[in-house]
Write a protein that binds this ligand. Structure first.
Ligand code: PMP
Length: 334
C-alpha cells in the first residue's frame, strides 16, 4: 500500500532546483573530505540570521547539536530540566550520557509555565525547551523565554527551535544579550532536507567554541560535502522555503477548522503538525483505523497524551484525503 506519510513532520514539498543541482555537482568531488570548518555554509547562515560565524556551529541534524550541547553543558552538578511531554530524544540522550534530569509536568492545557524552569536558590541546572513544543505545537512568547533566561543567569538554556519557521518567534534575536542562551534549529522541516541531516546551533562564542571542541574530538567531518552544498543552495533560495512554510501554515489552519467541525479538539499550533483528539474515539483506535486506510499519523502510547494523535501537515491534496478518511472513520462508513 502507498501510505500518505503524516507521521514524521517532514516537509511535503521537494528541495528547490538549486539544491538538486548543487548536490549533483558536489557528488563528483566525493573522493575529498568535506570542509571541517563548514566555512562557506556558516558564513551564509550567520549572514541570514544576523549573527557572526563564530556564533554558529553546523551539525548533522539538530539532534547532533542537542547531543553535543547535553554533553558539554549538563552533568550531575547541572542536571537537565525539560517538560514531561516534549521531544523524546531529550531523555534518551540524558540516559545515554548518564545525566540526571527532571521532567516537569506541562500544565493541564499542555502549556509550559516559565516559573517551573527558574533556577532554585541559584542552583546549577541546564534547561531544554522545545519552542514550539512537540508534539503539542504550543509556543512560548519571546518574553517568556527571556523570563526563563533571566532566572537562569549562571545556567545554559537550550531553546530547540526545530519548528520555529511555522509561526513561532525565534530567540536568535536574544543571543547578544544572554550569554547563557543556545538556540538549535534544523533544515529538516522548513527547508525540506530531513534526509540530508543538517542542523545548527547559535549562541555566544564561548558556548559555540565548546561545541566545536566536542565536534572535533568526535566527528570533525560531521556535515558531508553534499549536505553542505545543499545547505548553501537552500539558503540562496530561502524565499522558496519560506513560501512553503506559509503554504503549510495556511493548510494547517484550514485543516484545523475542518477537524473542529467534525468535533475534534485541536490544539492551536505554531508548527507543521496538529495535535488532535476526539471524545468519541480513542487515540490508538483512530491511529490504527487511519493506518488500515493508508494514512500514517503519530500516536504516543504515553499516559497524558494517549487520547491524541499528531498529524503532520502535508499538501492540500494529502490533507483532503486525510480529512475524508477521518470523516468516514468517525461516521462508521467503510
Ligand atoms: N527537535 C525536535 C523538537 C524535533 O521534533 C526534531 C525532529 N524529530 C529534532 C529536534 C531533530 O531534528 P533533526 O535532527 O532532523 O534536525
Amino acid at each position: 500500500m502507498q501510505y500518505i506519510k503524516l507521521n514524521t513532520n517532514e516537509s511535503p514539498y521537494p528541495p528547490s532546483p538549486g539544491v538538486l543541482k548543487a548536490v549533483q555537482e558536489e557528488a563528483g568531488l566525493l573522493q575529498l573530505y568535506s570542509d571541517p570548518t563548514c566555512k562557506v555554509l556558516s558564513e551564509k547562515l550567520s549572514a541570514l540570521y544576523g549573527v557572526s560565524p563564530s556564533q554558529v556551529i553546523m551539525t548533522n541534524g539538530s539532534d547532533e547539536a542537542l547531543y553535543f550541547a547535553f554533553m558539554a553543558f549538563a552533568d550531575e552538578e547541572r542536571p537537565l530540566r525539560f517538560a514531561d511531554i516534549t521531544y523524546g530524544f531529550y531523555s534518551v540522550f540524558a540516559d545515554l550520557l548518564g545525566i540526571p534530569y527532571t521532567a516537569i509536568p506541562l500544565k493541564k492545557d499542555f502549556s509550559i509555565d516559565p516559573t517551573d524552569y527558574y533556577s532554585q536558590d541559584g542552583r546549577g541546572q541546564t534547561v531544554v525547551i522545545a519552542n514550539p513544543n512537540a508534539p503539542t505545537g504550543i509556543c512560548l512568547s519571546l518574553a517568556q523565554i527571556e523570563d526563563i533566561l533571566l532566572h537562569n543567569r549562571g545556567n545554559v538554556v537550550i531553546i530547540d527551535e526545530a519548528y520555529v519557521d511555522f509561526g513561532g518567534e525565534s530567540a536568535v534575536s536574544l543571543i547578544d544579550r544572554y550569554e547563557n542562551l543556545l538556540v538549535t534549529q534544523t533544515f529538516s522541516k522548513s527547508r525540506s532536507m530531513a534526509g540530508a541531516r543538517l542542523g545548527f546551533a547559535i549562541g555566544n562564542e564561548d558556548l559555540i567554541s565548546d561545541l566545536h571542541t566536542l565536534r572535533y574530538s568526535t566527528n570533525p567531518y560531521n556535515v558531508n560535502r553534499m549536505t553542505s552544498a545543499a545547505g548553501i543552495a537552500a539558503l540562496a533560495e530561502n524565499e522558496y522555503y519560506m513560501g512553503n512554510c506559509k503554504k503549510i501554515m495556511e493548510t494547517r489552519e484550514l485543516v484545523k477548522c475542518r477537524l473542529e467541525s467534525m468535533g475534534f479538539f485541536v490544539i492551536p499550533s505554531k508548527t507543521n503538525f496538529l495535535f488532535i483528539s476526539h471524545p468519541c474515539i480513542d487515540g490508538s483506535s483512530l491511529y490504527l483505523r487511519l493506518k488500515e486506510k493508508g494514512v500514517l499519523v503519530r500516536h504516543f502510547d504515553e499516559e497524558r497524551i494517549r487520547q491524541y494523535n499528531r498529524v503532520t501537515i502535508g499538501t492540500p491534496k494529502q490533507m483532503e484525503t486525510f480529512l475524508e478518511t477521518t470523516k468516514k472513520i468517525m461516521e462508521g462508513t467503510p
